[in-house]
Design a protein around this ligand. Sequence first.
Ligand SMILES: Nc1nc2c(c(=O)[nH]1)N[C@H]1C(S)=C(S)[C@@H](COP(=O)(O)OP(=O)(O)OC[C@H]3O[C@@H](n4cnc5c(=O)[nH]c(N)nc54)[C@H](O)[C@@H]3O)O[C@H]1N2
Ligand SMILES: Nc1nc2c(c(=O)[nH]1)N[C@H]1C(S)=C(S)[C@@H](COP(=O)(O)OP(=O)(O)OC[C@H]3O[C@@H](n4cnc5c(=O)[nH]c(N)nc54)[C@H](O)[C@@H]3O)O[C@H]1N2
Ligand SMILES: [Mo]
Length: 765
Amino acid sequence: MTKPTQTASHWGVYNVTIDESGKVTGSVPLARDTHPSRLNAGLPELVHSDLRVAKPHVREGYLRSREKSRAQRGSERFVEVTWDDALTLVKQEIRRVTEFGNEAIYGGSYGWASAGRFHHSPSVLKRFLGLNGGYVDKLGNHSFGAAMHIAPYVIGRADIPHINMPWPLIVQHTRLMVLFGGAHLKNTQISSGGTVLHESADWFKKARDAGIEIINISPSRDDVADNVRTSWLPVRPNTDVALMLGLAHTLVSENLHDRNFLDGYCVGFAPFEDYLLGKTSGKPKTADWAAAITGIDADVIRSLARKMAKTRTLIATSWSIQRADHGEQPIWMTIVLAALLGQIGLPGGGFGFGIAATSSAGMPLPANLPRPTLPLGVNRVTNHVPVGRVTDMLLNPGATLDYNGKTITYPDIKLVYSVGGNPFHHNGNLNRFLQAWQHPDTVIVHEPWWGPAAKFADIVLPATTTLERNDIQAAEQSRFFVAMRQVVQPVGQSRNDFDIFAELSARLGFGQAYTEGRDEMMWLRHMYEKARHDAVARNHVLPDFDMFWEAGLYEFPTPETCQPLFGSFRDDPVRNHLPTPSGKIEIYSEKIASFGYDDCPPHPTWIEPAEWLGSTKTARFPIHLLSNQPVTRLHSQHDSSKLSRASKVAGREPIKMNGQDAAARGLKAGDTVRVFNDRGAFISAVDIVDGLREGVAQIATGAWYDPEHPGKADSLEKHGNPNMVTNDKGTSRLAQSPVAQTVLVEIERCLSPPRMSAFDLPDVA
Ligand SMILES: Nc1nc2c(c(=O)[nH]1)N[C@H]1C(S)=C(S)[C@@H](COP(=O)(O)OP(=O)(O)OC[C@H]3O[C@@H](n4cnc5c(=O)[nH]c(N)nc54)[C@H](O)[C@@H]3O)O[C@H]1N2
Ligand SMILES: Nc1nc2c(c(=O)[nH]1)N[C@H]1C(S)=C(S)[C@@H](COP(=O)(O)OP(=O)(O)OC[C@H]3O[C@@H](n4cnc5c(=O)[nH]c(N)nc54)[C@H](O)[C@@H]3O)O[C@H]1N2
Ligand SMILES: [Mo]
């Protein structure tokens, strides 16, 4: 056996072993990583998978008639073509479409793709489309879209993943952690752009050992591990704002709130107080009022509020709860609740977002680290679309959309170019999305595997995986630079996304501008040396590229002391004012008031979500469906791996239900079921659990979309993709962000489900 080769991913650093013939045989995690992710095994297992796209392919009907065959997308055979023919086709189509203006090209291309600063497929796509004159880009993201839109008005920051108290200060100073949306450690396997060490579980353990009380507020008990959790409040989904208001009302009515903090560091408490006490609406937001909405006992709410006021409290809110209708509100209200307690800026106090959303949350990090980056270049098209409204855009060219105080006019998209994402994973309401997907003349995708993104494209170009190329991992929230070395030769005829765009650029006449004359290793050297140079100004002395590449890993020193989040603002709110209009925390926002949005009022407000357990819609659809991030995959990536397949029940993505809800429907563990509402239906299999609030079911995202009748709207989905039933409305006119967690369904027995075919190869002529 040859020496193992180091690579890296969103979920860790590991060494890959190969045999004499050059085939991957397995992987060994980095020795220093004490809690390596099981996801490490996925790529080594799948790099030579039968599901690899080995050659360029074009949908058969597309070759006959581009415009007339759009509805056949996903249901027709493919034809293999040579690279030369494929690139000629792509070049001609880009030329043709550009005639309509660059606003006809959607290059927003959402997706996690692979880690690595250079071969990051959405970045290499954007660099390419920018040089071609521009493209319609996306705005915001699926992860924390509502939060990143509301937070700038309230605290002047949009960098949500950085808004956390450093763990050492939590362990030392916090006495009570109130976790809205829990803190499921499965999510800490991963960080966008890469993880090196998995330290979150150890920090939670230290917090418990320090005697910190940790309260899980979630419909699911297991959102905080047994050995970490001290109590569980099984809140109704999407009602956290009401609960926070009930807590706030108790604080204010019992005079437990910090008037000095509200006066010195905040603006707009008075109108909010009027709302809270019912002076404006006639409805005081008492603990009893909150109890009726949330299902949490009023006495429990009152005593929690008193406890929070008495002790050093950290309110940690997950990203999941803002991935819901009016998702701006729980974020804003988290900040306001913490402001009432007056502990913002104190060590271990205040608030934070997503303490277990990724492996990097709360980890002490040296300030201002440089990062090797590939410049994206200029995008001359300024008309962009919020990620949550892509379906709407494709279906309604020329229509307008209110967004964040502005008006967007939807462009008429003729070409969608998508790399490194799975649109049939990230978009909600897939039946409507499918119709939208049939609007553009052409869909071009680069993919390593025959998953849904490839199967529903017109032109599929085979992309390499991380194991087939050299790169550098240097995530924004990491203290490491890591060499990602090529392990095997490109599989089949696959090419690196960068090389595909380099060739297309050359054919379109801007090849030199695209590559700047550099190949892969020259780019890595160039990007690293630029970061090394920038580091000097920030007092870091890095080894040169050759030494780094040889060593494989560079670690920036962890700072010896950490600053509390908003510590300097607390020290001097005048000199270190926040970048909000008032310089202070805005409990009431004049700016938002000026927009006049009834779905995002100027202070935190309880607004009923479109669907929830308190709505009349429960008569037909009595179950609130949550679709959380998966334990055994990254979204839809590696769904065909052994690890992911072992998590399925009867070959389908399982749905968790509590025993009573199952019994009421005559269901037992392992039964196949149909999960449905007016938007769509999917097949799943029942997994009965305790620790799930009644009326709530839960299914992980990421099962490869597998419709019974591909290309037909209203087809049954056979594998367990929750986006068949999710809503594709926006959170509000402010953020227009996705609302995946706002969905009611019914569940019924399905006696003879159609055969699952998600992992079948497409038909090829
Ligand atoms: N119902 C529901 N839906 C959700 C969510 C939810 O909570 N509930 N969560 C949302 C969130 S937070 C997110 S971030 C999104 C994630 O949605 P996506 O980021 O779209 O999901 P992934 O499965 O990570 O898609 C990555 C794709 O890139 C491909 N790929 C990997 N490496 C490469 C490469 O080097 N080159 C190319 N060309 N392709 C590559 C993979 O095969 C895969 O098809 O989903 C959202 N969707
Ligand atoms: N293993 C793994 N880890 C991942 C990912 C992955 O795909 N796999 N994806 C990564 C990405 S892209 C992201 S954005 C983060 C996402 O991080 P999160 O958004 O925090 O993760 P989720 O798993 O979607 O949701 C966490 C929990 O929130 C609870 N919840 C849902 N709705 C509500 C509600 O209305 N109120 C309350 N109180 N609780 C609610 C659910 O019970 C769910 O288990 O995870 C990252 N980590
Ligand atoms: Mo995400």
